[in-house]
Design a binder for this molecule. Structure first.
Ligand code: DAS
Length: 365
């Protein structure tokens, strides 16, 4: 099926899917022949992969989260060759609107499905803006070795050479692969397999936006096969101490950004608003400006946990490097970027307020 029909199908399907699908509704791809193909459930949350634009050349300024999971599945009949696919529309949002509550709902649904013997793997279609965050959150709370693969698209479904269909095919293929089991939550974009902990969006619009600079991606999808060359050394999924099954909320943790001329206002405001944790996305190796340090000390004295991270993006944030963390009773983020350090600190705070214990977690996950 070549692209124009595929786009028309998606466009036609958009109105159909919106009326047909209520959260939790299940739909199936074309009935796959009764074979031993793995059962893969696609949980759709929205994003550009479900987006539509006014023309085939609209690759910015389109509307995300308009195409339902049924249309996404129907637009890729090849899915039936690699798995027996069913779909659920969990949310229909642009991922800049993803929230802690969305994450808890999604994680609970993921764990319920993975506990079912007739589910072999999951694909989660997602907006690209916070895809790396949802992936890492799930990496820490999924309680199964079965593959969980997040996928998005950099171009809307109606665009020339839309990347969503091939990305979705690759994601289902990976979720159906035995090799993907036990490797933690994975991200597939642009024929590349990335680890949830380290992958990050590095470009606002190009197809190769998702990368793992320095530490490297895990492998490739090529010729309808998954090829792994490495795996993460950090604990994940079944190996973690986090359990969200009984949680209805996550502790408030916010991020303050470091830059020339920065002052204490943001730190003070977050603490006044009740933040239980502050991630300081500092310049360089997490340096603390003299004008901000007193506010962070005050935050710590009021019981907030302070984690020193870096805005730089790569490298180890060294404990007791640019600040005396032992003396300040702060935590060092290791190699987690600020947005992922926030996720780990939120989950850590569901278990402990001991900075010693929380630092151990940052060296473990
Ligand atoms: N707004 C973006 C999002 O939903 C669109 C995308 O890139 O998926 O994350």
């Amino acid at each position: 099926m070549h692209q124009p029909k595929r786009r028309l199908l998606l466009a036609a399907g958009a109105s159909l899917s919106l009326s047909l699908l209520l959260p939790g509704a299940s739909v199936s791809a074309q009935a796959a022949p009764a074979t031993s193909l793995p059962n893969v459930v696609i949980l759709a949350t929205g994003g550009t992969i479900a987006g539509t634009g006014a023309t085939s050349t609209t690759t910015v300024g389109y509307t995300a989260a308009t195409v339902g999971v049924q249309s996404l599945i129907q637009a890729v009949p090849e899915l039936a060759k690699v798995a027996r696919v069913t779909g659920e529309q969990v949310f229909q949002i642009a991922s800049e609107n993803m929230s802690n509550e969305h994450w808890l709902t999604l994680a609970k649904r993921v764990n319920v499905l993975l506990a079912q013997p007739n589910v072999d793997g999951l694909v989660i279609t997602h907006g690209t803006d916070t895809l790396e965050e949802t992936a890492y959150f799930l990496d820490l709370v999924v309680k199964s070795k079965k593959p969980v693969v997040l996928v998005g698209a950099m171009r809307p479904s109606t665009a020339l050479s839309a990347d969503g269909p091939i990305n979705l095919y690759n994601a289902v293929l990976l979720a159906a692969s035995a090799d993907a089991a036990g490797k933690g939550v994975l991200v597939v974009m642009n024929d590349q397999i990335q680890a949830a902990r380290e992958v990050t969006k590095t470009n606002t619009s190009t197809l190769d936006a998702f990368r793992t600079p320095e530490l490297g991606m895990l492998g490739y999808i090529q010729g309808s096969k998954a090829f792994f060359y490495r795996q993460s050394t950090r604990k994940h999924t079944l190996e973690t101490e986090f359990d969200v099954s009984s949680l209805t909320a996550l502790p408030m943790v916010e991020i303050v950004y470091g830059y020339a001329n920065v002052g204490p206002v943001a730190v003070d405001a977050f603490v006044a608003a009740g933040a239980k944790g502050i991630i300081h996305a500092g310049v360089g190796d997490g340096s603390l400006a003299a004008k901000v340090l007193p506010a962070l000390k005050a935050a710590r004295q009021k019981g907030a946990i302070v984690v020193r991270a870096s805005r730089v993006g790569q490298g180890i944030l060294a404990r007791n490097g640019e600040a005396n963390d032992d003396e300040l009773d702060f935590v060092a983020a290791d190699t987690l970027n600020p947005q992922k350090a926030r996720i780990l600190l939120m989950l850590a705070l569901t278990k402990t307020t001991s900075t010693r214990d929380i630092q151990r977690m940052f060296y473990t996950y």
